[in-house]
Design a protein around this ligand. Structure first.
Ligand SMILES: [Zn+2]
Length: 411
C-alpha cells in the first residue's frame, strides 16, 4: 500500500465535510467514481448515454440540471487522456444558495488517496460520498486476535475489510475425568500445553503485527472464556503490540465468526479512537505548557518558526482553522510579502514596505495546507484536531487553532 500524505488526507476529509451537507433541489447531483483500469473514452460514452436516459426525467428543471452536470463531466474528462493511477472521483451538480433560482453549478474533481475499486455513476439529491469515505477508512488498520484453548485466529481489519492472516489449533486435550493422582498429573499436562499454545499464538501475533506497528491503530482481543485474559495478562506478546490493545471482548465463537463478533462489539471503541488520540495529544500539549518544559508551542508565527527549524514532533491543527496566506508582490520592485487573513476576507490593501507602491495579490493558500506541507517536509507528524472535544475547542479558541509539541526545547 502506498503512503498517503497527511496533506492529501486533510484535503479529502475537508472535501467530504463540505460535500456531505450539499443538497440539490431535485435528484440532480451527479457522482462518478472511475477506477484506474477503466477507459476514459468508455466513461465518456456512458455519460452521453446518461444524457439520453435523462430525457425521461419529468421535471424540466431537474432534467436540465442533470444534463448540464453531465456536460460538465464530459468536458472535464477531456483533461484526462487516461484515468490517473488511483482513479478519479467527480461530484458535479447545481447547488442552491437560497431560494429558487440561486443554484450554482459546483464541480469537484479529484484523484483519491486510495484506489477506486468499482465504477459508479450515481444521480441523487445528494452527492454519493460513501465510497470515498470508505477509501479513507481503509487507512485505519486494527489487529484482531480471537482465541480459546483450542484454537486462535489472527486477522487485520482495514476500513471495512477483514483479512484473516492465520488459524492455529492447539491440540490441547479437553478436560478429562480420571480422578485422584492421575487426574492431577493430567491437569498439569493440560496447563503446560495451554501455556505453550499461548506462547505460540504470541509469536504469530508478533510476526503478523510488528511489521504493521506504525500504521496499527489498535489491537482487539476476543474469545469465549478466560483464555484471552490469560493471554493479555501474561507475557506473551511484544510490548509495542501489547500497548495497542484497546478492547477485550467476550465472544460466543472463535474462528472467523469470532473475529466478526469482536469487530461488531468494538464499534464504539473504534469510533472513540480518533477522539482519544486527539485528546491524548492535546493533553500532552497542555501539560507541556503548564510545566513550562518548553516543549509546547502555539500561534501561527511560533509554530511556523519551529517547523522550519525541524523542532516540531507533532503539529496540531484545528479543523476549524479558517485563515489563508496571501502572497503580495510589488509591481514596481518585486518585493514579496505574505500575510495571513481570514478565509473569506477580501485581501486588504498592502503597500510595499520598500517603495510604498500598492502591492498585488499573486498567490493564496490555506494556512492549514501550508503548515501541513511544511510539516511533511521536515517529517513532523500532523494531527488535525476536531472541535468535538473540550480540548479541541480550546485549541480553536484559546490557541488560534495552531499548536505544536516539540522534539526538544528551543531557546
Ligand atoms: Zn516595491
Amino acid at each position: 500500500m502506498s503512503e498517503v500524505s497527511s496533506k492529501e488526507m486533510y484535503e479529502v476529509k475537508k472535501t467530504l465535510k463540505e460535500l456531505e451537507n450539499k443538497k440539490g433541489r431535485g435528484t440532480e447531483l451527479v457522482s462518478v467514481y472511475i477506477p484506474p483500469e477503466k477507459q476514459i473514452s468508455d466513461v465518456r460514452k456512458q455519460m452521453v448515454d446518461e444524457i439520453g436516459q435523462s430525457s425521461n426525467i419529468k421535471s424540466k428543471q431537474t432534467r436540465k440540471n442533470v444534463q448540464s452536470a453531465i456536460e460538465v463531466i464530459i468536458q472535464r474528462l477531456k483533461l484526462f487522456p487516461k484515468a490517473p493511477e488511483k482513479g478519479l472521483v467527480m461530484f458535479v451538480g447545481m447547488i442552491p444558495k437560497g431560494g429558487p433560482g440561486t443554484e450554482k453549478m459546483e464541480t469537484y474533481v479529484f484523484q483519491p488517496p486510495e484506489t477506486v475499486q468499482t465504477y459508479i455513476y450515481h444521480c441523487d439529491s445528494q452527492f454519493y460520498i460513501e465510497p470515498l469515505r470508505q477509501i479513507i477508512e481503509y487507512k485505519e488498520v486494527y489487529g484482531v486476535v480471537v482465541l480459546d484453548r483450542k484454537e486462535s485466529t489472527i486477522a487485520v481489519l482495514r476500513g471495512k475489510r477483514i483479512d484473516i492472516l492465520k488459524h492455529l489449533t492447539s491440540g490441547v486435550p479437553g478436560k478429562h475425568k480420571a480422578g485422584g493422582q492421575s487426574q492431577r498429573r493430567f491437569d498439569r499436562v493440560i496447563e503446560l500445553a495451554a501455556h505453550e499454545f499461548l506462547k505460540r499464538i504470541g509469536r504469530h501475533v508478533d510476526e503478523a503485527f510488528l511489521p504493521l506497528k506504525d500504521e496499527l491503530k489498535g489491537v482487539l482481543i476476543g474469545g469465549p472464556g478466560h483464555t484471552k485474559n490469560d493471554f493479555v495478562e501474561g507475557d506473551y506478546i511484544h510490548y509495542e503490540i501489547h500497548d495497542k490493545i484497546i478492547n477485550i471482548v467476550d465472544t460466543s465463537y472463535t474462528g472467523d465468526f469470532g473475529v466478526r463478533e469482536v469487530i461488531d462489539e468494538s464499534a464504539d471503541t473504534l469510533d472513540e479512537m480518533d477522539i482519544m488520540q486527539e485528546k491524548k495529544l492535546m493533553r500532552k500539549f497542555l501539560t507541556g505548557l503548564i510545566s513550562e518544559s518548553g516543549l509546547s508551542t502555539y500561534g501561527e508565527k511560533e509554530v511556523r518558526q519551529n517547523l522550519q527549524m525541524g523542532a516540531v514532533e507533532t503539529l496540531l491543527i484545528s479543523e476549524n482553522l479558517k485563515t489563508k496566506r496571501q502572497t503580495y508582490t510589488c509591481p514596481a520592485c518585486n518585493t514579496i510579502d505574505i500575510i495571513t487573513t481570514r478565509q473569506h476576507q477580501e485581501a486588504p490593501e498592502q503597500r510595499c514596505p520598500k517603495c510604498n507602491e500598492i502591492m498585488k495579490v499573486t498567490g493564496t493558500q490555506e494556512t492549514a495546507e501550508e503548515l501541513i506541507e511544511l510539516a511533511e517536509e521536515v517529517n513532523s507528524s500532523v494531527e488535525v484536531i476536531s472541535i468535538e472535544t473540550e480540548e479541541g475547542t480550546q485549541l480553536d479558541k484559546a490557541f488560534g487553532g495552531i499548536a505544536g509539541i516539540l522534539r526538544y526545547k528551543v531557546k
